[in-house]
Design a protein around this ligand. Sequence first.
Ligand code: URA
Length: 197
Amino acid sequence: MGEREAWERIRKSSAERFGEDSVFGEGRPGARLAIIGEAPGKQEVEQGRPFVGRAGKLLDELLEEAGIDRSEVYVTNVVKVRPTKEAGGRTQNRPPRAGEIREGIEVLEEELEAIGPKVLVLLGTTPAKALIDRSFTMRAGRGSILRSKLLGLPALATYHPAYLLRLRGAGSEDYARMREQVVEDLGAAWDYARRDG
Ligand code: URA
């Protein structure tokens, strides 16, 4: 079975397991870099694609600034179903639960086996804690190539674009510097991904 067929089979079984509202990864089998977020939001569910809402638009900008074409990388999430809660009469996002993350990793592992990336970029602490170590902190671990638990693949964690959006919204003076760090981290991961071997 070819990479594309293997990936299709996993995509179908993920939809059967998690439901038609679940959002699978997208990109080319053989992509050398895989970007992994936390879970889809409302827009992602509506469009059935990862990172297409506000955080996704910012991710596209950051990739472009790092000299990376989104079509060259694989983009996915640890959790395939939007985690929601009802609050104030509205459906809102909530952090994924441990069991949701565990189930997500089972599928993610098969998904990435079919894609075959050389390195992972983990966006935010949820994927970093789940895939590197529970004790991971951005302060200590951001920007370094670390060994992940996912197929033993090297992984680099950086700030989630949604976090950058919150900083920007709050008028934080840290926004510009942290945004620049994400662009640098993406560039470093891309260089690593394209090394020989
Ligand atoms: N945030 C994520 O972590 N993943 C998405 O797909 C969108 C927003």
